[in-house]
Design a protein around this ligand. Structure first.
Ligand code: ADP
Ligand code: MG
Length: 515
C-alpha cells in the first residue's frame, strides 16, 4: 500500500538527491501527513484502481522504466512515472479529441471524407468496434458463410428484460449494413436506397460487397489491359513513348494523324525531320505500328513460323516479340523489293514494333488503293502489265511471294502501282509458298479481268508466268493438287537433306538443289 501513497512513501528526512529537487516530478520534501486515515484509505483505494487501469494500458512501459536511473526500488519515482504517463495519456486523448473535431469540421456531410487516423496518439480510439461485425476480409471467399458466434457486447444493448435490443438485432444490423453501402467504390451504383429505411441482412450485404469488390478489380484489370494494348485508334503508352522519341530526336517533325486502322496495324502520317549522317528522311513518312494485341496475329502464325528465316527464333520468342518480328519481316521484305527496283515504300527506321517508311501519297493524302481508283482502260492495261512484271521480279529477284496481293494492297501513285503491306510475304519454298502465290494470282487475274483488261491471263497462266513452272493441269482442282505435290516434294527434301530446295524446277526435271 505504501508504494502507491505519494506522501506516505516520501523519504522521511533530508532534502534527498539533487535531481529530486530539480525534477518537476520529484517527490515533495515535506513529510507531514495532513489528512485523516479514512481520507488516505479512500485516496489509496482510488490510486490502486487507477494503477490497475494504467498497468493494463502500459504494461511494457512500466517494465522498461526500470532503467539505471529509475529502479524498482525507487518506488516514489515509479509512481511519478505513472502520473506522467497518465498526464500524457490525458494529453493524448485531448489531442485525439481535437483531431476528431477537426476531421468532423473538414468532412461535414460529405461522402468523401478524409481521416486523421494515422495521426492519432491513442489507438484505437474506437476500440469498442466488435469482432462480430460484418468483416470484408473474413467473408471475401465465402459470402454465405454462417456468421461467427456472437459475443455479448459490453454496452451494446438498449432496453430492459424482454425488450432488450443488442447491436446484433436484425433491424439495427440491417440499417447499419445499408449505411455501409456508402463505402463501396464510387462507380458502384447503390441507388438511393440509403435514404430509405432499408435493412440489409448480413448475407445480402456480404454478397453485394463481394460483388462491388470484384467489379472494382475487374475495372482495374480492364483499364490495365487497355493501357497495354494498342487500342482502336490510339497506341499504348510504350508505343507512344517510341513515337515521342522519334519526334524529340528530330527524326520526325510532327506526327499528323492516323491514316488507317486495320486489324493488325495502325498507320500514321508524319512529316520527316532532319537527316542524320547515314539517313535521309523523306519529307513525308508513314508509321506502321503493329498492334500489340496478340489475338489477330495468331491467325497468321503460318506465315512466319514456317519461314525458315524466322523459324528458329519463332519457337523461342514470346508473343510480344513475335509481333516485332512481323515489323522486322516487313522491313526485310521492303528492302529486298527496293533493291530490285519494285515501287514500294522505302524503309526509314524500325524500332521494335514500329516501322517508319516513306509515305506514298502527297500532302498527308495517301495514294488511293487500286480498288478505290477509277483508271482509264489505258491505265488499267498499263497497271496490269506492271503488276505482272512486279510479281515476276518479286519471285525471281527478291525470292518472295507477296502472299496478300490484291487491289487492297496496291496503291496508285504517280501513274504507277506501288506494292505495300509485305509483312506476311514469304519465300517461294515456304511450305505453303506456292499456294499463297496461286491465291495472289487469282486475286490479280479476277481484278483485271473484271476491270476489262482483255489481255489479262487467267490465274493458272499467271501462276506459270510468274513462277516459271509449267503446271499443265487445265482445271483448278488438279492445278492446286500439283502445287501441293510440289510443296510436299520440297518438304520431303528438307526432311531428308535438312535443307530446302533453292527453287522449284519446271516440267518434271529433277529439282535444282542449292548444294
Ligand atoms: P494492314 O496490314 O493493316 O493492311 P497496310 O500496310 O496495308 O496494313 O496499311 C494499311 C493502310 O495504310 C493502307 O491501305 C494504306 O492506305 C496506308 N498505308 C500503309 N503504308 C503506307 C505508305 N507507306 N504510304 C501511304 N499509305 C500507306
Ligand atoms: Mg493492307
Amino acid at each position: 500500500m505504501d508504494s502507491v501513497g505519494v506522501a506516505a512513501a516520501a523519504p522521511e528526512a533530508g532534502p534527498g538527491p539533487a535531481w529530486q529537487s530539480k525534477c518537476p516530478w520529484g517527490a515533495p520534501s515535506t513529510t507531514s501527513i495532513s489528512c485523516s486515515l479514512a481520507d488516505v484509505m479512500s485516496e489509496q483505494l482510488a490510486k490502486e484502481l487507477q494503477l490497475e487501469e494504467e498497468n493494463a494500458a502500459f504494461p511494457e512501459v512500466v517494465a522498461a522504466a526500470e532503467g539505471p536511473f529509475i529502479t524498482g526500488e525507487n518506488i516514489d519515482t515509479s509512481s511519478d512515472l505513472m502520473l506522467a504517463q497518465m498526464l500524457q495519456m490525458e494529453f493524448d486523448r485531448e489531442y485525439d479529441a481535437q483531431l476528431r473535431r477537426e476531421e468532423k469540421k473538414i468532412n461535414g456531410d460529405s461522402k468523401v471524407s478524409i481521416s486523421f487516423e494515422n495521426y492519432r496518439k491513442v489507438h484505437p480510439y474506437d476500440s469498442d468496434s466488435s469482432e462480430d461485425e460484418v468483416d470484408w476480409q473474413d467473408t471475401r471467399h465465402d459470402p454465405y458463410r454462417a456468421d461467427k458466434p456472437t459475443t455479448t457486447p459490453r454496452r451494446g444493448f438498449i432496453g430492459k428484460g424482454k425488450d432488450i435490443t443488442t447491436k446484433h438485432d436484425e433491424v439495427v444490423c440491417g440499417r447499419k449494413n445499408t449505411a455501409r453501402m456508402e463505402n463501396f467504390a464510387p462507380e458502384f451504383q447503390v441507388g438511393d436506397g440509403i435514404g430509405m429505411d432499408l435493412k440489409l441482412s448480413n448475407q445480402v450485404f456480404n454478397a453485394l460487397k463481394q460483388h462491388a469488390y470484384s467489379e472494382e478489380r475487374r475495372s482495374a484489370r480492364l483499364h490495365e489491359k487497355k493501357e497495354h494494348s494498342t487500342a482502336e485508334k490510339a497506341v499504348d503508352p510504350k508505343t507512344r513513348l517510341l513515337l515521342y522519341k522519334m519526334v524529340n530526336s528530330g527524326m520526325l517533325e510532327t506526327i499528323t494523324g492516323c491514316i488507317s486502322t486495320g486489324k493488325e496495324s495502325v498507320v500514321f502520317h508524319a512529316y520527316g525531320g532532319n537527316a542524320t549522317e547515314d539517313k535521309v528522311i523523306p519529307p513525308e513518312c508513314a508509321i506502321k505500328v503493329f498492334k500489340t494485341t496478340l489475338n489477330e496475329f495468331k491467325n497468321r502464325d503460318k506465315y512466319i513460323k514456317d519461314d525458315y528465316r524466322f523459324k528458329d527464333r519463332f519457337s523461342k520468342l514470346n508473343p510480344r516479340k513475335i509481333i516485332r518480328m512481323w515489323a522486322e519481316k516487313e522491313m526485310h521484305n521492303l528492302t529486298r523489293m527496293q533493291d530490285a527496283g519494285i515501287p514500294c515504300p522505302q524503309v526509314v527506321i524500325l524500332k521494335k514494333h514500329v516501322l517508319v517508311m516513306s509515305f506514298i501519297g502527297q500532302d498527308q493524302v495517301p495514294a488511293p488503293k487500286l480498288k478505290d481508283v477509277t483508271l482509264s482502260s489505258e491505265d488499267m492495261k498499263k497497271a496490269y502489265y506492271q503488276i505482272l512484271n512486279m510479281m515476276q521480279q518479286l519471285y525471281r529477284e527478291c525470292n518472295l511471294v507477296h502472299a496478300d496481293l490484291s487491289e487492297y494492297n496496291m496503291l496508285w501513285h504517280d501513274g504507277k502501282v506501288w506494292l505495300i503491306d509485305v509483312s506476311q510475304s514469304v519465300e517461294p519454298t515456304h511450305p505453303h509458298g506456292l499456294e499463297f502465290l496461286f491465291r495472289d494470282c487469282r486475286n490479280v487475274s479476277q481484278f483485271f479481268q473484271k476491270g476489262g483488261v482483255a489481255e489479262a491471263l487467267n490465274e493458272r497462266e499467271l501462276f506459270n508466268a510468274v513462277s516459271g513452272l509449267n503446271i499443265t493441269a487445265d482445271n483448278e482442282v488438279d492445278f492446286q493438287a500439283e502445287i501441293e505435290a510440289l510443296e510436299k516434294m520440297n518438304e520431303d527434301h528438307v526432311q531428308n537433306h535438312g535443307k530446302k530446295l533453292s527453287t522449284f524446277s519446271s516440267d518434271g526435271d529433277p529439282p535444282i538443289y542449292d548444294e
